[in-house]
Design a protein around this ligand. Structure first.
Ligand code: ACO
Length: 323
């Protein structure tokens, strides 16, 4: 049994904030941001627009792309670090918003690696036969946890949501053509937790807090961790860069993506890049990028797609999916 992707979808808040608009408010420039990160603009949710609202729209788009009814969904795993409330899980608001009142919905928190962790979690439930169809969602409103006076972080992030519909399907057993999630590899190491964190929380400060990051430290570890966990995927499957049709990395920073692809010998034309228009949307970035590459016709049925993410914790992970 494999977890096959039936469809994907995404949603971005309408409001776009360009680098020039940020430069009018804080001491930064379009040139600095583009050169260091590749980011040109990001979408920012308006007041009253919550993570669950973005997630519901992304889920509806994914269901419609998959051509399946919301009522057939038995499992919802929602990755977010910016939930509507401390509890209940944002996933139950999404479940309710989709009109579903059976099955199970829960949140999962692995910061920027959240979508890969959620995909691996849903995949394991589907392959055991526990559920038949799942929605895996990454949804964030990072604009709400940014310190808008800290130019070293506020220019990097954006808001958005993306989702995929998975279905447990028997495959013929041919590794060269079998569709679905081939392998997932997840890692974490809490020694790095102070390098990228939010300085608030219900148990510690009773505040929401703001994102704090040692950018250089994150950068220093990112490429090595990303490539390690992709090598794990290659070793588990016997695949290499030549067997990959599309590389859809977490969109944090163009320099990290370029360096990772280069180290893995993945050709630049196979790399899906959306960080220029979306910024870093944390757990939402991969399903947002998948949606873009599906809609513009790049990712086709049967293509081998390599996903990868790294983020706060640190957490990092990879997934190989035959579309
Ligand atoms: N505009 C202008 N100048 C700035 C800005 C800004 N927005 N931000 C920082 N600077 C200045 C700093 O104040 C510093 O000035 P100084 O030399 O006078 O002190 C100078 O630029 C260099 O600062 P650094 O932080 O050392 O800049 P660096 O080259 O490391 O670039 C960046 C910063 C882009 C954050 C980089 O470290 C990076 O990409 N890190 C990875 C972090 C990341 O992507 N995190 C995402 C979350 S984790 C994940 O998703 C993988």
């Amino acid at each position: 049994i494999r977890s096959v992707v039936l469809g994907c979808g995404s949603y971005l808040p309408e409001q776009v904030v360009t680098n020039a608009q940020l430069a009018a408010r804080i001491d930064t420039s379009d040139e600095w941001i583009v050169q260091r990160t590749g980011i040109r603009e990001r979408h920012i949710a308006t007041e009253g627009e919550f993570t669950s609202h973005l997630a519901i729209k992304a889920a509806q788009a994914a269901l419609s792309d998959a051509g399946v009814d919301a009522q057939s969904i038995e499992l919802i795993v929602l990755a977010t670090s910016t939930p509507d409330n401390t509890f209940p899980a944002t996933a139950v608001s999404v479940q309710h918003g989709l009109g579903i009142n059976h099955g199970v919905a829960f949140d999962l928190q692995a910061v920027c690696s959240g979508f890969v962790f959620a995909l691996a979690t849903a995949d394991n439930f589907l392959r055991t036969g526990a559920y038949k169809r799942a929605l895996v969602i990454g949804a964030e409103t990072f604009s709400r946890i940014l310190d808008w006076n800290d130019r070293g972080t506020c220019v990097l992030f954006g808001d958005g949501a993306g989702a995929v519909v998975l279905e447990a399907q028997e495959q013929p057993g041919n590794p060269a053509t079998d569709r679905g999630i081939v392998t997932t590899h997840l890692r974490s190491d809490g020694r790095h937790k102070a390098k990228l964190f939010v300085d608030g929380g219900p148990s510690s400060t009773q505040t929401v807090g703001h994102l704090r990051m040692e950018g250089r430290e994150v950068f220093k570890h990112a490429v090595g961790m990303i490539t390690d966990v992709i090598v794990d995927a290659f070793q588990a499957t016997g695949l290499n860069a030549d067997g990959i049709d599309w590389f859809v990395p977490h969109q944090a920073n163009k320099r990290i993506i370029d360096a990772s692809a280069h180290k893995l010998h993945i050709a630049p034309e196979k790399v899906v890049l959306t960080v220029d228009r979306h910024g870093n949307t944390s757990a939402a970035s991969i399903p947002l990028a998948l949606s873009v590459a599906r809609k513009d016709g790049r990712i086709k049925r049967g293509d081998m797609v390599l996903l990868e993410a790294m983020g706060g914790g640190f957490t990092w992970g990879s997934a190989l999916v035959r579309w």
